[in-house]
Design a protein around this ligand. Structure first.
Ligand code: HPA
Ligand code: MG
Length: 240
């Protein structure tokens, strides 16, 4: 009995990502319900929706126990649109569940939504525009949680964090649902909390897009080469 309560105390949710190995090619499509309009463009289901939800629930409980906010202060949960909207919505609602069910502590939140226009393909490598907040000086002396879908090279997040730091928030934490294990370049940013580390494939679904397609897909999937070709567009400035 003493032993089992000790084990319970030691249980701590992992803030670093669950690693999806390169050797795992994903689940065959025919075990899942998938929209007809994307079935021919996908190779496999890498992470089913249910597993994404379970990991977000675990992250929510870890964040809830880590971050301390003194009422009436609030944690500003900042959603990086568009890719982050599903993750943001589910993470915030799972933190709300913790708030509802726990009587010993709570985590008050306010919500902000931004879009980031990056010029990472231009010569000005780390220039970004933040769209959506009219007055960034409202972040002064506040606790901030940036909620992002995926960190790939990390260039955008480094630039975003640097820009937000100019407004002197009290704390900045970053949670990303995915981090990518890049074969070519090293990723230059490690988030405080991450859901999954994925192999170097282009993944779509659960609001992650390829040229605005595939956001309306529940599972995290890997695309076929033919799908990548089919939805290709001309290069231009990219709004992430
Ligand atoms: N999928 C969707 N969006 C992305 C990815 C990805 O694999 N990497 C960077 N942005
Ligand atoms: Mg995108």
């Amino acid at each position: 009995m003493a032993n089992s309560s000790k084990n319970m105390e030691q249980h701590h949710i992992e803030s670093s990502p669950l690693v999806i190995q390169d050797s795992f090619e994903g689940y065959p499509l025919n075990y899942f319900n998938l929209p007809l309009h994307y079935r021919d463009d996908l190779k496999s289901v890498l992470i089913p929706y249910g597993l994404v939800q379970d990991r977000i629930e675990a992250l929510a409980s870890r964040i809830f126990s880590d971050l301390h906010i003194h009422i009436p202060e609030q944690l500003i949960c900042m959603c990086v649109l568009k890719g982050g909207y599903r993750f943001f919505s589910d993470l915030v609602s799972k933190i709300q569940n913790e708030n509802r069910l726990r009587n010993d502590r709570s985590l008050p939140m306010s919500l902000e939504f931004i879009r980031v226009r990056s010029y990472v393909n231009d010569r000005s490598t780390d220039a970004i525009d933040i769209i959506g907040i009219s007055d960034l000086s409202s972040l002064n002396n506040k606790h901030l949680l940036i909620i992002e879908d995926i960190i790939d090279t990390g260039v955008t997040m480094v630039a975003l964090k640097k820009e937000l730091e100019k407004y002197n928030p009290k704390t900045i934490h970053v949670v990303s649902l995915f981090t990518k294990r890049r074969k070519d370049k090293k990723c230059i940013f490690k988030p405080d909390y991450s859901g999954f580390e994925v192999p170097d494939h282009f993944i779509v679904g659960y609001a992650l897009d390829y040229n605005e397609y595939f956001r309306d897909l529940e599972h995290i999937c890997v695309m076929k080469e033919s799908g990548i070709t089919k939805y290709k567009v001309q290069d231009g400035d990219k709004v992430e």
